[in-house]
Design a protein around this ligand. Sequence first.
Ligand code: HEC
Ligand code: HEC
Length: 153
Amino acid sequence: MKRYALMFCLLAAVQHTQADDLKVPKNALWEKECGACHVAFPPQLLTADNWQAMMDGLARHFGSNAELEARERKAITDFLVANAGTLARHRSASLRITETVWFKREHRSISPKEWVHPDVKTPSNCKACHNVVGHTSWAERDLRRTGGRSEQD
Ligand code: HEC
Ligand code: HEC
């Protein structure tokens, strides 16, 4: 590999870690079906086995019926599994992203009062605070509520 090409790769890697933006892949079917009742939660935020378990139980989905036709269910499952998180901090016994170690750590600066604010109601209500444009942008610059967080970071 040419030397400057290697330099470029290293720089790109460093910038990526610093920005830490969640890049959500495009998938029209998933956005439509899984974004109908709430935001389409990014596939990276749960593990593959969590998504598989959720997709196997859509008729009883957190008290709702979100069942899909078999072909659509398979296509969406394949998409979620292919882009799933691989680290232990994305695993959730309850299948809730909001109960993962990652979620709690990422949101540790938010005050307890903010979670129960009338405009928020529940941590699952991502769009109360995140301006989720086309289901793809979760960058910190797109926050519409900063959660009364302290300015230490
Ligand atoms: C018919 C409405 C409906 C559809 C369609 C639907 N969901 Fe849900 N989903 C819900 C409800 C209701 C909850 C619970 C929300 C709460 O507790 O505030 C939920 C919660 C979730 C959660 C947990 C959020 C948390 O608290 O961390 C995930 C993940 C999720 N849904 C994924 C999906 C996926 C993937 C699809 C598409 C296959 C989907 N949902 C389609 C209604 C729906
Ligand atoms: C009460 C407001 C609030 C709610 C609700 C909320 N978030 Fe956040 N989120 C924040 C704040 C504030 C930050 C920045 C935290 C920090 O850096 O201290 C953040 C950070 C993030 C980040 C990291 C962004 C980056 O560029 O570093 C992701 C990804 C994220 N949240 C996803 C979610 C998801 C998914 C949900 C719903 C399941 C959710 N959030 C619910 C306020 C919220």
